[in-house]
Write a protein that binds this ligand. Sequence first.
Ligand code: 9D3
Length: 253
Amino acid sequence: MRFDVVTLFPEFVRQCAGFGVIGRAVERGLLQVEAWNPRDYAEGGYRRVDDSVCGGGPGMVMLIEPLRKALAAAQQAASDRAPVIYLSPQGQRLTQEKVKELAGLPRVILLCGRYEGIDERLIEHEVDEELSIGDYVLSGGDLAAAVVIDAIGRLQEGALGDTQSAAQDSFSGGLLDCPHYTRPVSHAFGEVPAVLLSGDHAAIDRWRRMQSLGRTWLRRPDLLENLTLGQDDQRLLEEFKREHKGRTHEQDH
Ligand code: 9D3
């Protein structure tokens, strides 16, 4: 899959694509990330990419022309026409469902704004879709683009090792992850739960499923509301609730 990112901070985007799972996917040729700087397409000695807001008010708005030219260059860099996604607070919220959908595309162009945003006419003419990464205020779309590349990139076939798996992801099953432990089994901070040392794989699977259900119930009841639990899951969750009662857990309610 190929990402072309239109950004005033191309070095930031390139750096982000150089680390960890995404860096390895790029090295293996599973993923390509290219950055296009609208400043390279700006006119005059000052290479202006922004101007004051029409109608008055604070801040600046990104000019149409440098962005239009940078987008055209990004489109022409590959043979097929790519959908243009504008990262913006006004967009649809990014979800794992949306991530999976986008992961099936051969290519997308990510358009990043700075300042107050970009001229609405460019959005109307060039943007296919607007996406937000959540209800908080960032200073620009560049970090959001890096989030999108990370979430989509790790789903590319072969990007994750065999020990990790996209199928096991928290949210993929609509539930939060179970707790994880490693050595030492005994530590001043506590013991590893005995079931995990039992060698009984069916019991371990049941315990993990129960923890996932229980933690989702405690921490993200909104996720549980969107699921219909099977009979086994309902029993596991009831068992968790019984064990939870009478116990106090600082981070839980
Ligand atoms: C203080 C400026 N705000 C006035 C109400 C508007 C505003 C403009 C530009 C708020 C944020 C931004 C920059 N944000 C993004 O470009 C952005 C973003 C975000 O802020 N939150 C979540 N997802 C995204 S995607 C792009």
